[in-house]
Design a protein around this ligand. Sequence first.
Ligand code: SAH
Length: 345
Amino acid sequence: MEIARRFIKERILSRDEFVLLLQQSGDADVREMLRQEAFALCRKYYGNKVYIRGLIEFTNYCKNNCYYCGIRRDNRNVRRYRLTEEEILSCCREGYALGYRTFVLQGGDDPYFTDERMTELIRRIKENHPDCAITLSIGEREKESYRKFREAGADRYLLRHETADEAHYRSLHPQEMSLSHRMKCLYDLKELGYQVGAGFMVGSPGQTLVNIADDLLFLHRLQPEMVGIGPFIPHHDTRYAGEKAGSVDMTIFLLSVIRILLPKVLLPATTALGTMDPFGREKGLLAGANVVMPNLSPEKNRKDYSLYDNKICTGEEAAQSIAALRKKVESVGCQVVTDRGDALR
Ligand code: SAH
């Protein structure tokens, strides 16, 4: 209780103190205290607004081989797809009509989408929808590429750091990937004026409370505009098929902690959270989250963007079900809004 009180007051703790706080994540009083503070901060800065982002998973080809991910390069059992430019533009048109004013282009690290193809795509989306924000989530690229995308009109970039611990990062990724490069990308993106999102999986294999404390300290150093966290969920075609999934309660607890750590951050209640718990989204919104990212990908491709097992993509998860989503959001006293929802700086 004492440590939680101090965290609320100072908004930062030392590494050891964060570990202590995390050890209390199961204590109902501590949870409720942090949840209330997080919820109040969210109200203070964003009112009861919940921002919606239309997520377009435009390719599941990937040159990387992250051990936890269902669409990693070496998984031969994935039916690979790539949307055409016309298909992507049509997703945006449909999303626009539904009220979406942010499009998130997410994909595997797919070399087919060269700088030229990406900039052309970004330009055309901006041409059709000048009042919309474009968020990219296409992994690690050269700073020069990020610069071109930014000049073409990209506004935001999501690149989870995955874990701030070198050894833990090593255990989750093959040799050719590195934490230092991923972090360099995040700082490059910041320098280029993107609104940047970092984040990590909760309960990824081998993750300790000390790792999470380091994740929180890293987020505090980076000061990102957005943070994406969701429970790790095993995928049957990975080495982690038999691992247990990350905890919904820990994820909710961390949403509150991150809201207090970075009061103005844009914080989604993620798909993974909604996958693990039918009320995950609502619980997230009550604990400090203020963004949801429904799926705008073409129906025919949705199940092939299989990062983990049982990933939800229908019901309120589908961007088309915006009425149902509104109801859900309103059931916890929040309100879906359709403005761009840029970060407060
Ligand atoms: N290629 C892009 C997008 C990756 S997919 C990139 O590298 O940034 C988006 C996020 O899904 C990843 O950052 C990871 O944190 C999450 N993810 C991948 N596999 C997962 C799993 N098995 N369980 C939960 N989340 C997962």
